[in-house]
Every structure is written in C-alpha cells, then in structure tokens.
Write a protein that binds this ligand. Structure first.
Ligand code: PLP
Length: 466
C-alpha cells in the first residue's frame, strides 16, 4: 500500500513538473544531450541542447526529450555527457522523437485494446487501422496485406515456415542465398532438418548474386525462394525483380519471400512488380523501437499461422497488438517518408565523403563488396583486427560494427561466402549511416581509424595481435 502511494505520488510529482509537451513536427535528430546523434536539425532553444523550463530552470534534451520525455540536467550531469558518433544504424537506430511520442501516447491516453468493444477500444482500433495504412503505403501494399509482427526475424520465420509447410505437397526444394541474415539462414537450416532441401546461392566477390545463377538452380519441385533485397553487411542490392519474374515463369506455383529489412526507405519497395508474395520489414532499422515489424502477404496468399489465439491480425498472428510499438513504427514511417529524398541525398553525401577521406588518409584500406545503397559500407584495414579496432573506436565514442550484430565475434559468413581472404575478413568493419549522421561523425570515425591503425599496425611482424 505504502509502495503504491509512493509510486502514485512520484508519478504525480513528475507529471506536474515535467508535463509532456507536444512534440515538434518535423524535428530531426536530438540536441546535445548525453547521446547526440550528430543531428542535422536545429538544437532546441537555449543552445547546446539546453531548453528553458518555467522559472528559468534548464534541462538537457535527449532524443526522447524532444518527444516530450524530459529529464533534469542534474540526472545527466551524474552520468557524464558524451557526444556519441553512432555509425551502426544497420544494427539498430535511435528511436525518432516522433516515434517515442507516438508510443508514449499509445501507452497513456490511448491505452485501449483495439479488440475492445467500448470507446477506448474503438480509438485504439482506429490507431491500428491508420498505422496499418501508413505502413502499407511504405511497403507498396494494401492495408489488408500487412501483418504486424515483433520484427524482421519473426516476419521471416512466419514467411519461411508458413510457405514451406503450405507448399510441401508440391515439392520440398527451397532456394536462398549464402549471404542472407541469420534469421533466414537458420530458418532454412531448420527446414533442412525437417526434410526440405535448400540451395544456397553463392555470391561473387562483390557480394552480388546473379539472376542467371538463380534461374539455373530452380527445379520442378522448387516451392519457395527467399532472397534479401539489400545485404546488411556489404549493402549489395540483389536483383529481386528479375528473380521474381524468373520464378513466376519457371515455377509458377512457388512463393517468393523478400527480406527487405535493410531496404525500407533506402530503395523503393515494389512487391507487386517483383512478383513477390511475402516481404519482411523491421521497425528498429528506421527509427522505431525494437520489437515491431511487419510481414507483407500478397492478397490471396494464405499461410498457416504459427500463433493461434484471439484471431488478431486477420488470424495470421494472434495476441493483443503491441499498440505503442505499432504507433511508433507508423510515426517513424511518416518521418522517413516525408524526408526520403533529402535523407538519401544526405546519406549518399556522407558515404562519398567517407570514401574520399579513406582514399586520402588510409589509402591501403580495402572496401568490401559493391554496395548498392549509400547507408552501408564495409571496409577492411588489413593488420587491424576488427574486434580490437572496435574497442579503439569505442574509446573515441565512435560506434560501428564488425558485421551483422547477430554474428557477434564470429567470422562473417557473408564475407567468407564472397571468398575474401582471412586478413580482410578479420579486419572488416561495417559502417552504416542514418539520415541523422553528419560529417562530424565521419571525421570522428576517421580520427579513430587513424589512431587505431597507428597502434595496431606498428606491432612488429610475428607479434601476437590481440
Ligand atoms: N534481415 C536483415 C537483412 C537484417 O539486417 C536484420 C537485422 O539486422 C533482420 C533480418 C532481423 O531483423 P530484427 O532484428 O528486427 O529481428
């Protein structure tokens, strides 16, 4: 009882002091809070991220702060404010203020269950409908073709297991590539253990898979193909449109699944044009929180749902819809859609700047793969072990990754499949941009790489590198 009173009292105090403010429409990035994402947008009034409160008190505004979720300066001072250069956006991205605010609204004023029959339920159902429409538009789909899931992995699993088991009476052959994300790779491995046969198409040294190779492996008993749109480690764009046409011609009964997790808002999604039946996307790659994604299922295609219960999501995925995450996903889509062209131009400029800087300051470094998108770049600095370089960069508050976030510490199966030598794989770094990055982030990365290379390449030959 005492605890409940304290909680209630604390919340009341908090909401009196820091009532949630309406978020600023179109505001990009965060100010100079403890995590500053190298924003392109204007800093809030008060300069360097300090916004005045009533009575002259100042607060520091974080990404969440811009959404109205604010913290006192004292809290930040304790934690030690640092400028973070986050260049690992293919692993995950900071939540956009607009998305945080949408989640906040869905958790507070709009907390109803969309299946409830009363007014609050009706409001949540409307929010769900609007969110579905927004996401459908981003995916080039109809609202009825969208199922909300917990993210890319769940969408991919639902698609692959659903399609394989639906079509197993027609055949047991599946085609995918050797450079897919672990969600596809491991779903295929499991399908193999359950009696399906899987062909993994090998990439060339640039991380590309040819449509001709795809055509050559199709068989009479091919029931499913799962191809990624944009590779998450090297950024290669696979020819899904050509492959879709080939599959439709050679195996008309087979289904095509496209993993578009790294493609959303980076390349146009046109599932109808691709003859694509199933397509997976994830929210946290575009500024929504983790734990929400969507599966496009072409109208008329029906898979066996693996979650049964209350029949939500048109019977495809039972369970009360996670409205805060869904509303945030839709809000992130609206922001990304509104700035799409400018964002992509900005990111392309950053990529070009990075390449010019590397050519000038680290001419011995090697680029891996032929990236078809500006937001992913993969660079090897032979002689500088990735894991050690990551630590050096981290010391400078620069964050990149050594490959997919899911292959922590293991040799990249993507770079291995591309046939790169050990020295290149062992020193590979993936740099992935978001529209909120700046040249300052690239400069910090370059300074960190030069520092790391100076330390790691100075070691005498034969010395054991950490
Ligand atoms: N597919 C690709 C290409 C990815 O990059 C990722 C995440 O890194 C996923 C699937 C899995 O998405 P999620 O993290 O939402 O499960």
């Amino acid at each position: 009882m005492r605890l409940r009173f304290l909680l209630w009292f604390g919340m009341r105090k908090h909401s009196e002091k820091f009532s949630v403010k309406p978020f600023e429409k179109g505001l990009r990035g965060a100010g100079a809070g403890p995590l500053r994402w190298g924003c392109r947008g204007a800093a809030p009034a008060g300069g360097s991220g300090a916004a005045p409160l009533k009575g002259g008190k100042k607060i520091k505004v974080t990404a969440a702060g811009k959404a109205g979720i604010i913290k006192s300066k004292r809290n930040f001072a304790k934690k030690g404010m640092k400028h973070v250069h986050y260049l690992d956006n293919s692993a995950t991205s900071p939540v956009l203020p607009e998305a945080a605010q949408a989640a906040m609204d869905a958790m507070t004023s709009g907390f109803g269950n969309p299946s409830s029959q009363h007014r609050l339920g009706g409001a949540a159902a409307r929010l769900l409908k609007e969110s579905r429409e927004t996401i459908a538009a981003a995916l080039g789909a109809q609202p009825g073709e969208i199922t909300f899931t917990s993210g890319g992995t769940e969408s991919i699993n639902t698609a692959l297991f659903g399609a394989a088991f639906k079509n197993r009476h027609q055949g047991r052959h599946i085609v995918t590539t050797a450079i897919e994300h672990a969600a596809t790779r491991n779903a295929c491995k499991r399908l193999e253990s359950e009696g399906f046969s899987v062909t993994y198409l090998a990439p060339d040294a640039d991380g590309q898979i040819s449509a001709a190779d795809f055509a050559a492996v199709l068989r009479e008993d091919t029931i499913l193909a799962s191809i990624m749109l944009v590779n998450n480690e090297v950024g290669s764009c696979l020819p899904v449109e050509e492959m879709g046409a080939i599959l439709a011609r050679q195996c008309p009964g087979a289904l095509l699944h496209v993993d578009a997790v790294q493609g959303l808002f980076r390349v146009p999604l046109t599932p109808k044009k691709w003859h694509c039946h199933l397509m997976s996307v994830s929210g946290h790659k575009i500024g929504a929180p983790k734990g929400v994604g969507a599966l496009y299922t072409q109208q008329g295609v029906r898979l066996r749902p693996y979650l049964v219960g209350g029949g939500q999501e048109n019977g495809m995925r039972a369970g009360t819809e996670p409205m805060p995450a869904i509303a945030a996903f839709a809000a992130a889509c609206r922001v990304r859609a509104a700035h799409l062209q400018a964002d992509n131009r900005h990111v392309a400029g950053l990529n070009a700047y990075l390449r010019a800087q590397v050519a000038e300051k680290l001419p011995w470094a090697v680029w891996n793969g032929r990236s078809g998108v500006p937001h992913v770049a993969n660079l090897s600095l032979p002689g500088c072990k990735s894991e050690v370089m990551l630590r050096v960069l981290e010391g400078e508050e620069v964050y990149v990754s050594a490959g997919s976030a899911c292959s922590k510490g293991k040799e990249s199966p993507v770079l291995k499949a591309m046939g790169l030598d050990h020295a290149r794989i062992d020193s590979a770094l993936r740099i992935s941009f978001s529209p909120d990055n700046t040249r300052e982030d690239v400069d910090a990365l370059m300074a960190g790489l030069q520092k790391g290379a100076g330390m790691l390449r100075r070691q005498p030959a034969g010395a054991k590198r950490a």
